[in-house]
Design a protein around this ligand. Structure first.
Ligand code: ADP
Ligand code: MG
Length: 510
């Protein structure tokens, strides 16, 4: 009995894990059996492989063909194993020289006609192949650019099973793809520039502080005041993604099946704005074999939640873990998975259910009870994780006709970049923005002047600032100091930071 091996990969969370596809052909009833915990998709793979092989002129032998996907205890999902299954069978049957596929990772879904179709997770498969020391990977042509991210890995795109067979039989050389040359970050979308935002000085300033220190922000204002407009401009003032960050984002988008065909690395910060009707599963991720949801698609970018109080309670609850730890856990029968989910949260809400409380243009129809019920929909612990609370009033008509253009995003982005650089050199880790800095580091690095301390202590009494609230204000004050390039944190910095704290909220248990 001859046993052949081909090498593929499967997903575990957002990581690729190697899979060995073994095929044995022997006496016994004719037929194709696949073992090794295959899910429904893998079972269907049988029909696709059978048809693709027949199209190619290699009908299954009239003997027993057993395919084993190892390791057997790894749950395998998706269709990416098709290609390796087909190649493994051909080799076992003597249609390919023995060992023909031994140094190559093979991934891709087969069509009934033998065409090779794109699959999610190819970047993760490519990385897994490199880790295994397999320096060549054959992928569907539409996935080639996302895989071509490492000079040590040869990425060979193919569009048909026949090409792969010819390549492995050394009758054809598949071309090698190299990484697209567009190394620079893309220009920010000129349609999303801060220069178009009129007025709203306080909100613009808060947006800059949010970007500089990584602080979450809540915008409260009537419809049409520019909340959405402001939120969309946040990615454009954040520093460009570093290469490791680009890889992280691309891996997630690829596993989620959200990367467009023929795209390389994601180079701009994600902006996600799921609708308030979204389920907790849509946000956190889900499915029998869980895939990343909106919270992970927003990783290293901006998550915009408009109509914040209208989100379902369980959806809002799903925000807590990522806001605290930068990851989101999804429990499933097949085991719990966690996905990265470190984003800047921009929440937006109306001041009251009708939206016009405090608006001079229209009268508010809500009762006091309506208003308080509306605001209570967001739990205290969640609000506590939002450092910047900003009122965004309707823009007076006069402000729309002013002659001067507002400051463009590029200028703001430069100040943000400098402030982030200061933080990174102080903490030694670029991920530690002031908002994310562990508390003990904060205490060491805050450099609070005596007058600032006095002011903060007074504020604790006056507005009933909780211990956690106190800390959050200090973080914002530090960011304001960094934007100014100031070593110590002064009373002036603390006073400005206090403006972004909602007045006298009772202490809330978490
Ligand atoms: N401050 C502003 N400067 C310039 N245009 C604005 C401003 N506020 C609102 N607009 C205009 O009004 C439209 C609606 O604003 P939007 O951001 O959707 O408001 P909101 O999200 O608060 O309901 C925007 O597309 C923009 O054309
Ligand atoms: Mg809006």
């Amino acid at each position: 009995m001859s046993v052949a091996r081909a090498y593929a990969a499967s997903l575990s969370g957002i990581d690729g894990v190697p899979v060995i596809v073994e095929t044995a052909i022997g006496a016994g009833l004719p037929g194709l059996t696949i073992v090794g915990l295959p899910d429904a998709a893998v079972r269907e793979s049988r029909e696709r492989v059978r048809s693709a092989l027949r199209q190619l002129g290699f009908p299954l032998p009239g003997r027993s063909v057993v395919v084993n996907l190892a390791p057997a205890d790894l749950p395998k999902a998706g269709t990416a194993l098709d290609l390796a299954v087909a190649i493994s069978i051909l080799e076992a049957n003597g249609d390919l020289p023995p060992g023909a596929g031994s140094s190559v990772t093979l991934v891709g879904e087969l069509g009934l006609d033998g065409s090779l179709r794109p699959v999610p997770g190819v970047l993760a498969f490519a990385e897994s192949s490199l880790r295994e020391g397999r320096r060549t990977i054959v992928v569907p042509a539409a996935n080639a650019l996302e895989a071509a991210v490492h000079p040590d890995l040869a990425v060979l795109p193919a569009s048909h099973l026949g090409e792969v067979v010819a390549h492995l039989a050394q009758r054809l050389e598949l071309p090698r793809v190299s990484e697209a040359a567009d190394e620079e970050a893309p220009e920010p979308d000129p349609l999303d520039d801060l220069r178009e935002v009129r007025g709203q000085a306080l909100a613009r300033r808060a947006l800059e502080i949010a970007a500089a220190g990584g602080h979450n922000i809540l915008l409260t204002g009537p419809p049409g005041s520019g909340k959405t407009m402001l939120a969309r401009r946040l990615p454009g003032i954040l520093p460009p993604l570093s290469r490791p960050e680009s890889l992280e984002v691309t891996r997630i988008w690829s596993v989620a099946g959200r990367l467009p065909s023929h795209s390389g690395l994601v180079r701009s910060r994600p902006f996600r704005s799921p609708h308030h009707g979204a389920t907790a599963a849509a946000l956190a991720g889900g499915g029998a074999d869980p895939r990343p949801g909106e919270l992970s698609l927003a990783h290293l970018g901006v998550l915009f939640l408009d109509e914040f109080p209208e989100f379902r309670r369980d959806a809002l609850e799903a925000l807590r873990e990522p806001l605290e730890d930068g990851i989101v856990s999804v429990a499933r029968a097949s085991g719990s998975r966690s996905f990265p989910a470190r984003f800047l949260l921009v929440a937006a809400m109306n001041p009251c259910p009708c939206g016009f409380l405090g608006d001079v243009r229209r009268r508010c129809r809500c009762t006091e009870r309506d208003v308080s019920r509306y605001r209570k929909k967001i739990s205290g612990p969640l609000l506590d994780r939002i450092d910047l609370h900003v009122e965004v009033p309707a823009v007076p008509a006069g402000d729309f006709h002013g002659p001067a253009e507002a400051e463009p995003s590029s200028v703001v982005a430069e100040r943000v970049r400098r402030a982030r650089k200061i933080q990174a050199s102080r903490s030694g880790d670029p991920r530690y923005t002031n908002a994310a800095l562990p508390s003990r580091h904060l205490r060491q690095q805050i450099g609070l002047e005596p007058a600032a301390r006095l002011l903060m202590e007074k504020a604790m009494d006056r507005v009933g600032l909780s211990a956690r609230g106190y800390q959050r204000v200090l973080r914002v004050a530090r960011t304001i100091a960094d934007l100014e390039g100031s070593g110590p944190t002064s009373a002036g910095h603390a006073a400005e930071a206090l403006r972004y704290r909602p007045a006298a909220r009772p202490e809330t248990p978490s």
